[in-house]
Design a binder for this molecule. Structure first.
Ligand code: GAP
Length: 465
C-alpha cells in the first residue's frame, strides 16, 4: 500500500497550476464549492469522455440520456428522497455549527481499540444520540452538542417568479431518477431489449453537512450513473453484480491507471444499506484522509420503477418481445462521482522526485498531451518553426505552447501539469528539420524528425494504453 499524498500538497499544486480554484474567491470563497480551471476542465472532460466511450459507445447493451436537473417534484416523493434522504445532524450549542453525528462519533472512536468493531453506519439516530450522550462527545470546537436530528439533503428551489406562490421543486439529488422517469420513453423509442442499461452524466446537488474535504464532498457535483435493467427470473443478480464490479475495476485500474493497492471493495452491512437496495458494494480509494467511497454498485431490485409506476399511474412494465410477458425489470446501479474520480486521479499521479514534482497521469488523461517550445522567444525563425510544429500537432492532440523562461523551468511546469511529452525547437531544427522530444516520466530526450512526430506520438501513446 503506498502512503497517500497529503491533502495540502494536492490543494497547493492544483491551485498553483490551474486545475482547481476555490469558488467565488473574489468574494471570500463559498464553502464546499470549487471551480475547475484551464487544466481541471480538460482532465474532467477526459475522465467523462472515457467513461462515456467505455460504458455507452462500446457496448451494444447500453444507451445514454440527458435529463433535466429539475424534475417533477413527485419524482422525489416516489423515489423516497423527500421522506428519507437525510443525515443525522448535531449542532454545537455555542457556535451553532452543524456536524454529521456519524462523523463526530467516528472521530471520537478513532484510535480507541475497544470500539474497533463498532460500525457507525449501522447506528440509527437514537443510537447515535445515546452514544454521544453516554460519552459526552463534544463538537470539534470542544462544546456540547444537541441530540441528533434528521436533516434532508435535497436542495429545494422554487419554480416561477415569486417565491411562495409556486411549487417547491428540487435540484436533483442523483441523476438516477431521470433515468427511471425516462425508462418508458427509451423503451418506446428505441430497439432495446432487456437486459440493457441506460447511462447518464450530469450535475447533482446535495445539502451536505460535512465541510473541508476539498472536492471529495461538495454541494454540487457531477455523477456518472448507470441503471442496468434485467429480468431477475432469467439472470442471476449476483453474477450480474460481479460483472459490473469487474467492469468498474478495469475502468479504474486500466483506463484511469490507478494503483491497485490504493483500492478495495467494501460490502455494505444490512443496516447500512439504502432502503431500496438488496446488496451494495463500495469501491473505496485511499484518499489523503483515509479509505473512502469512490464508486458504489447497488442491486436496487425493481424498487424505483415500482414506485414511479404507483406515483405516476403509468404502466412502466416491459413486454418481452418473445413471450409477451409483462414485468418490471430489476436494476444493478453503478454510480460514481466524477469529481471524486478526478481527485483520486490527481492523488494517485502525484509524485515527488529529487528535483521536481510530477503528475504521472495516464497520457490519455493528461490535460495536454504535448507541449511545444521555441528555444527562445525573440528569434523569429525559431518561433516560426515551433509554430509549424504546434500547428501540425494540435489538430491531433491537445498541444500547449510555452515560450517563457528557460527550458528547464518550462519542463518543471509541464511536469506539474502532467504533460507526457515536451518538444523543443532549437537552432539545429532550422537546418535539419528535427526537434528534441522529452519524456515526462523518464526525462530522457530524443532527437526526432518533425515529419515523424505524429507517428512517434501515436506509437508511444498506444504503447501506454
Ligand atoms: N444513485 C445512487 C447514488 O447517488 P451515492 O452513493 O449517494 O449513490 C454515488 O452517490 C456517487 O456520487 C458516490 O459514490 C460519490 O462518488 C458521488 N457523490 C455522492 N455525493 C457526493 C458529494 N456530495 N460530492 C461529490 N461526490 C459525491
Amino acid at each position: 500500500m503506498s502512503t497517500p499524498v497529503s491533502l495540502d500538497k494536492i490543494v497547493s499544486l492544483t491551485k498553483r497550476r490551474g486545475f482547481i480554484y476555490p469558488s467565488s474567491e473574489i468574494y471570500g470563497g463559498l464553502a464546499n464549492a470549487y471551480d475547475y480551471g484551464p487544466l481541471g476542465v480538460e482532465l474532467l472532460r477526459n475522465i467523462r469522455n472515457i467513461w462515456w466511450t467505455r460504458f455507452i459507445h462500446e457496448r451494444r447493451d447500453m444507451t445514454g440520456i440527458d435529463s433535466q436537473i429539475i424534475l417533477h417534484p413527485r419524482t422525489w416523493e416516489a423515489s423516497g428522497h423527500v421522506g428519507s434522504f437525510s443525515d443525522a445532524v448535531v449542532e454545537d450549542t455555542t457556535t451553532h455549527k452543524r456536524y454529521r453525528a456519524d462523523h463526530l462519533i467516528e472521530g471520537w472512536i478513532k484510535d480507541k481499540a475497544e470500539y474497533e468493531s463498532l460500525v457507525v453506519e449501522d447506528m440509527n439516530v437514537d443510537e447515535m444520540g445515546a452514544f454521544i450522550k453516554e460519552h459526552t462527545i463534544k463538537s470539534p470546537e470542544g462544546n456540547p452538542v444537541t441530540a441528533p436530528k434528521k436533516f434532508n439533503l435535497l436542495m429545494e428551489t422554487h419554480l416561477g417568479t415569486l417565491v411562495g406562490q409556486k411549487d417547491t421543486a428540487y435540484l436533483r439529488g442523483e441523476t438516477a431518477q431521470g433515468i427511471f422517469s425516462n425508462f418508458k420513453n427509451v423503451l418506446d423509442t428505441t430497439r432495446v431489449k432487456v437486459p440493457f442499461g441506460i447511462g447518464q452524466l450530469g450535475k447533482s446537488f446535495r445539502n451536505e453537512i460535512t465541510l473541508g474535504q476539498y472536492i471529495f464532498r461538495t454541494f454540487e457535483f457531477e455523477q456518472a450513473e448507470i441503471e442496468y435493467f434485467f429480468n431477475p427470473d432469467k439472470q442471476d443478480w449476483k453474477e450480474l453484480l460481479e460483472d459490473w464490479k469487474n467492469a468498474m475495476w478495469s475502468f479504474i485500474t486500466e483506463d484511469l491507471g490507478i494503483r491497485k493497492e490504493n483500492l478495495r471493495w467494501r460490502q455494505h452491512t444490512d443496516k447500512e444499506r439504502s432502503h431500496y437496495s438488496r446488496d451494495t458494494y463500495d469501491l473505496d480509494y485511499q484518499f489523503p484522509f483515509g479509505w473512502k467511497e469512490l464508486w458504489g454498485v447497488a442491486y436496487r431490485t425493481d424498487y424505483d420503477l415500482k414506485q414511479h409506476m404507483e406515483f405516476s399511474g403509468q404502466d412502466l412494465r416491459y413486454t418481452d418481445p418473445h413471450t409477451q410477458e409483462k414485468y418490471l425489470p430489476h436494476v444493478i446501479e453503478p454510480a460514481i462521482g466524477l469529481n471524486r474520480a478526478l481527485f483520486m486521479v490527481l492523488a494517485d499521479a502525484y509524485t515527488e522526485e529529487e528535483n521536481r514534482t510530477v503528475l504521472k497521469l495516464k497520457p490519455q488523461l493528461a490535460p495536454f498531451t504535448v507541449a511545444v517550445f521555441p528555444l527562445v522567444a525573440n528569434k523569429e525563425e525559431l518561433v516560426e518553426k515551433a509554430d509549424e510544429v504546434y500547428q501540425l500537432l494540435n489538430k491531433k492532440y491537445p498541444t500547449y505552447w510555452d515560450d517563457r523562461g528557460n527550458i528547464g523551468k518550462r519542463y518543471r511546469y509541464q511536469d506539474e501539469m502532467g504533460t507526457p511529452y515536451c518538444i523543443t525547437v532549437d537552432y539545429d531544427s532550422l537546418s535539419d528539420h528535427t526537434v528534441t522530444i522529452r519524456n515526462r516520466d523518464t526525462m530522457e530526450q530524443e532527437r526526432v524528425s518533425i515529419d515523424s512526430l505524429l507517428d512517434y506520438l501515436r506509437d508511444h501513446l498506444s504503447a501506454a494504453l
